[in-house]
Design a protein around this ligand. Structure first.
Ligand SMILES: [Zn+2]
Length: 253
């Protein structure tokens, strides 16, 4: 199976939507469509219809265009069975379930924290992850519904994916995240380099997404709450408590 193309497109203020499309096909998969005109534009640019829609979680800026896209293209909507606030999916999936769309395999990873019913979609044949608002580049989502315990556990599930996994997340928050990360991890050479690269991307009006898991493991402090330096900084030997303190420090940064 040829690698599918993943087209990133901006939605609303700072959201990203994605179109997954195999080369030479006329059908594609939209991830978290919220901005109808941008969705229609990306489909038209790539000569395809949205045969499927994947939903990561129930926030409006990830689902607002699901109804209109579905009625226009008769798309099959795929979402988490236990998320009652998303538009009713045609195919309801559960944690660790795998399914196939247009020849590509997807694995569901339940990642509570940002919301309790948040899921990620992982493509094991190609090491591609759609992380919604769970993991961002150099950051993670706000903890609206979960506890530090479940959120840290969700991040640990992502940490265990292959290191060359490409991560496609729901927002362009990288520069703000980098500023916070540098404030608590100023001597991290890889992070300093990443910061330079991210600023360069912004100056050129280019996205910083996708990001590689291997880079996140070195630079993203929220994936490294079990490291000595952060345990020292937040005066705790418990990674869940470190995560809680780091998350609230970022909220107030
Ligand atoms: Zn959200």
């Amino acid at each position: 199976m040829q690698k599918p193309n993943v087209y990133l497109f901006p939605q609303l203020d700072d959201n990203y939507g994605y179109l997954i499309k195999n080369p030479h096909e006329t059908k594609g998969v939209l991830v978290d469509p919220s901005d109808l005109s941008m969705c229609l534009k990306i489909l038209e640019l790539n000569d395809c219809v949205a045969s499927h829609i994947l939903i990561t979680h129930h926030h409006d800026d990830h689902i607002a265009a699901v109804g209109e896209i579905k009625s226009k293209f008769n798309s099959l909507v795929i979402g988490y069975r236990n998320d009652s606030k998303i538009p009713k999916p045609d195919k309801e999936v559960l944690d660790y379930e795998t399914f196939e769309i247009l020849g590509n395999e997807y694995k569901v990873i339940h990642t509570p924290g940002h919301t309790l019913q948040h899921i990620n979609f992982f493509m094991p044949q190609h090491n591609i992850l759609f992380s919604g608002d769970t993991l961002f580049s150099i950051g993670c989502g706000r903890m609206f519904e979960g506890t530090p315990e479940v959120f840290w556990d969700s991040l640990c599930k992502i940490k265990q994916l292959p290191k060359d996994t490409k991560i496609y997340c729901g927002h362009e928050y990288t520069l703000a995240n980098v500023n916070f990360a540098l404030s608590i991890d100023p001597n991290n050479k890889e992070l300093q380099q990443y910061s330079k690269w991210a600023s360069h991307q912004e100056n050129e009006l280019r996205p910083t997404i996708p990001t590689m898991l291997s880079d996140q493991l070195l630079c993203n402090p929220f994936l490294r709450c079990d490291e000595d330096q952060f345990m020292k900084l937040y005066e705790s030997q418990n990674e869940i408590e470190v995560f809680a303190k780091m998350r609230s420090a970022k909220d107030n940064f």
